[in-house]
Write a protein that binds this ligand. Structure first.
Ligand SMILES: [Zn+2]
Length: 166
């Protein structure tokens, strides 16, 4: 799709973004701004708070029904310390795709859904340089159902409008 007339603002948006994301795990904001430098280690893909809370950035892909398109949310999940160490040890290892999936709690509140914090997920490691794929395994949540069943273009448009305008 090449743009759309937005029901929120009435304007024509020339771009139709299929990917939205969070720069930080929500836990990041629990640390006061003046303490973040001292307490948080952050890269584009990994985050550690107080050397005790471990997070990784990944991508929730939602198939769009009747097309080959994917709508995606870039999100953060927690990881156990053990798995976080594994991730780091294998970061540049071509065989890291053989890693078992890691359990994680979703650490991003997504617009357009009821509470998405701490939903159960599995983190699937991809080839070196590729963001991990996040699989929702929380039973009964709309996000899990949408990932499993796919969503119609109408729902994509709704999510895009919410993501762009809050
Ligand atoms: Zn708009």
């Amino acid at each position: 799709m090449d743009g759309f007339t937005c029901s929120r603002c009435g304007e024509f948006h020339g771009e139709f973004p299929m990917c939205f994301g969070a720069e930080f795990p929500d836990f990041y904001f629990s640390v006061p701004p003046e303490e973040r430098n001292a307490r948080i280690e952050l890269t584009e893909s990994l985050c550690v708070v107080d050397e005790a809370h471990f997070f990784i950035r990944g991508r929730i892909e939602i198939p769009v029904t009747g097309s080959n398109e994917l709508f995606c949310w870039n999100v953060w999940t927690s990881l156990s310390e053990e798995n976080f160490i594994r991730v780091n040890e294998r970061w540049n290892d071509e065989r890291r795709t053989e890693e078992p999936a890691y359990f994680g709690w979703l650490q991003t509140q997504l617009p357009g859904y009821a509470d998405t914090l701490n939903l159960k997920t599995m983190v699937h490691t991809q080839a070196v340089g590729i963001i991990p794929r996040i699989e929702l395994i929380e039973k009964g949540h709309a996000l899990t159902q949408e990932q499993q069943a796919g969503i119609a273009w109408q729902r994509v448009t709704e999510l895009v409008e919410i993501a762009m305008h809050g």
